[in-house]
Design a protein around this ligand. Structure first.
Ligand code: BGC
Length: 260
């Protein structure tokens, strides 16, 4: 029989406002014990983020559910991450660009970790345990938040770092600066107005990549009833099921798989 600890992994999701994590049951795709969260240090400079990750990690381990466990750790962050190096910085300090972030986190917590992009982690979690879990076709998961994150998944496998939020379209050089959820808030757009910005974007992605379906993730998915019907595209657009924990769960899964 598999050892008890093979069943669990720790996932930590570094975001622009919060760093959150938890112990994940890999068979259920669900958190065990509490979700731990600290505020992202202002500007998200490297040393402060490392300390915050260590704090979240220790809090997760101090729970009775984690007692005696030595489990894999997966971390995700809003950056292109290739083989442990962070190559971009969305809402985090620019010093992360070209930085060996995986090694730094491993040093901070004293244990090997996996490191992936935040939208990739959320998308992977969603496809394994959420809305698309029964779909073995091609899925585009879009996280509509401060920016627009994307995950491309086919047959349950991830094609990392797609960065589709930065597509140039209709004269907008970086479409997330025109259509993210934060832009909607900042400009006070109605859902109808926002839908008019999202529709061409979804249509373009459909035309280029022909997915079987789209899944919308991120905080705004709570309000999906208000805007989902306003996105006019030929394939189904669904809402993420894992909500705010998708990144944690996906990061933990990829950590357990030793993702590189
Ligand atoms: C970044 C992506 C990230 C997304 C969501 C974008 O601005 O380029 O790497 O996944 O925001 O955080």
């Amino acid at each position: 029989m598999a050892k008890k600890q093979d069943r669990f992994a720790i996932g930590i999701d570094i975001g622009g406002t919060g760093i959150k994590g938890g112990l994940v049951d890999l068979r259920k795709g669900a958190l065990v014990g509490e979700r731990k969260k600290v505020k992202t240090p202002k500007g998200a400079p490297i040393p402060a983020v490392k300390n915050a990750v260590l704090e979240v990690y220790n809090e997760i381990l101090s729970q009775k559910e984690a007692k005696g466990l030595d489990v894999p750790v997966g971390i995700c962050m809003p950056s292109v991450v290739r083989h442990g190096v962070s190559y971009s910085a969305a809402n985090i300090d620019d010093e992360w660009i070209g930085y060996p972030a995986r090694e730094a986190f491993a040093d901070a917590i004293g244990k090997q970790v996996s490191l992936v992009n935040d939208a990739d982690a959320a998308g992977y979690g969603e496809v394994r345990f959420g809305e698309a879990a029964d779909n073995i076709g091609s899925v585009i998961v879009l996280t509509l938040g401060t920016g627009i994150g994307s995950a491309l998944i086919h047959d349950g496998r991830l094609f990392p770092n797609s960065e589709l939020g930065h597509m140039e379209l209709d004269g907008h050089e970086d479409y997330e600066r025109f259509a993210s959820s934060k832009v909607r808030e900042n400009e006070g757009l109605s859902f109808e107005e926002w839908g008019k910005r999202l529709t061409p974007y979804f249509q373009k992605l459909e035309q280029l990549l022909e997915p079987d379906e789209f899944i919308i993730s991120g905080g705004i998915s709570k309000q999906a009833d208000d805007f989902l019907h306003l996105i006019e595209v030929g394939v189904p657009v669904k809402v993420a099921k894992l909500r705010n924990n998708a990144g944690i769960i996906g990061a933990a899964l990829l950590g357990a798989e030793n993702w590189d």
